[in-house]
Design a binder for this molecule. Sequence first.
Ligand SMILES: NC(=O)c1ccc[n+]([C@@H]2O[C@H](COP(=O)([O-])OP(=O)(O)OC[C@H]3O[C@@H](n4cnc5c(N)ncnc54)[C@H](OP(=O)(O)O)[C@@H]3O)[C@@H](O)[C@H]2O)c1
Length: 404
Amino acid sequence: MTNKRDTIITYTGISNDPASVIQVSTAPCAETLAADEVLVEFIASPINPQDLLVISGKYPVQPSNRHEERLIPGYDGICQVVGVGAAVSKLCVGDRAIPLRHGLGTWRSSAIVNESLLIKVPENLDPVAGCVLKMGAMVAACLLRERPALRPGDWIIQNAGGSTIATMVSQLARMSGVKTCSIIRDRPAAQDERRRLLQGGADAVVTESELEAASGAPLPILQGKRVVLGLDSVFGESGTRLVGQLTLGATYINYGSLGGMDKELRLTQQDVFWKRITFRNFRLSEWTGSMTTDELQDLLQWLSEAFVSGQLRAPAVQLVDVSGHDAEHHVQAALRNSTASSGCVGTKKSVLVFRKGITGVELRETTPASAPKDLPVRAAATMATTGPTGDVVVAAPPEATASA
Ligand SMILES: NC(=O)c1ccc[n+]([C@@H]2O[C@H](COP(=O)([O-])OP(=O)(O)OC[C@H]3O[C@@H](n4cnc5c(N)ncnc54)[C@H](OP(=O)(O)O)[C@@H]3O)[C@@H](O)[C@H]2O)c1
């Protein structure tokens, strides 16, 4: 037994205000492994919209692990294997891995898990890319497969255009000549966001109010184009406006409810009868449930290689240092800023950083034009300048700003 202590984030009850129920504890590291188990240390874990749904009791899959009876949230993240049981065959000490299925509880600095719950990723994969590999890039890749006959010159229209998934859709679509029109919420710095997303792979960026002003007529940029796929992660008014831009025989897919779960989509007979739009939903867990582990591994490998080669670029994120005494304050602030109802427009995805002393890890962050007041951005930036070799390095290289 060493003196090392784990940082473990739990929640004390379900709430629409996740920051109010979150608790950060420390406990001695567990080290005894069963034959098929591995000991992993989490490098970084994102705060995804899905995590907020889990904590608010609105997501069907609950966390599978607890600390002192409290549930451990976090379904995504990247970890490093630091110990293996006697019968472990797929992972070795030093390997990097991500969770295979929902529920693992990634908001903790280390965990003992069955090796079958993890999937190996390349050692040279950027940790931020690792954090968005499954719930970002893989979702985007699977969404594009929902409309298999996409051809060069086809257009996709999508809302929440600055989200991780939307930016991944734009990048992946561009690889096969398919164009994307990304809808963003209105904001004072809309031009900056437009530029950022255009540099990051979108072919057109339109604000919700510009779309509303079109009153159901095709946007000028989409005039005469085949707008064959609509990807809606907001629903309600935004989803209704998006449907209005789709052309004959298009497919509409709802995959999120950022605008709230109580909203309605209004359809006209034009949409259903004359345009013959197909309405579908998408759930990653259904997709992955129908894939073999080999198929999943192959897709993740392909996406990882695309990140490593630079074909895909990880989004700008805000790093949240949870390795120190003020971790709870930092997590609460990040959760407040991530919560759709109270979050600022333009807030980047927060990534909880558990490991500062890992060799070879370089975590990059960019800060939005108006940084949310409460986030420990400054603390992270300080690490960048003062961290000794081998610490997490937080930097904001110019190219990351354009990486959407
Ligand atoms: N169906 C599935 O299997 C599946 C899997 C993974 C994720 N999802 C869903 O996919 C969506 C995107 O996830 P993500 O991880 O890519 O998100 P993300 O990177 O965390 O970004 C979410 C962005 O959405 C925008 N947004 C927030 N509230 C909004 C609202 N009311 N109206 C319009 N835009 C809003 C915000 O951008 P601005 O502040 O710049 O406007 C926010 O930054 C979420 O709904 C998530 O639950 C679904």
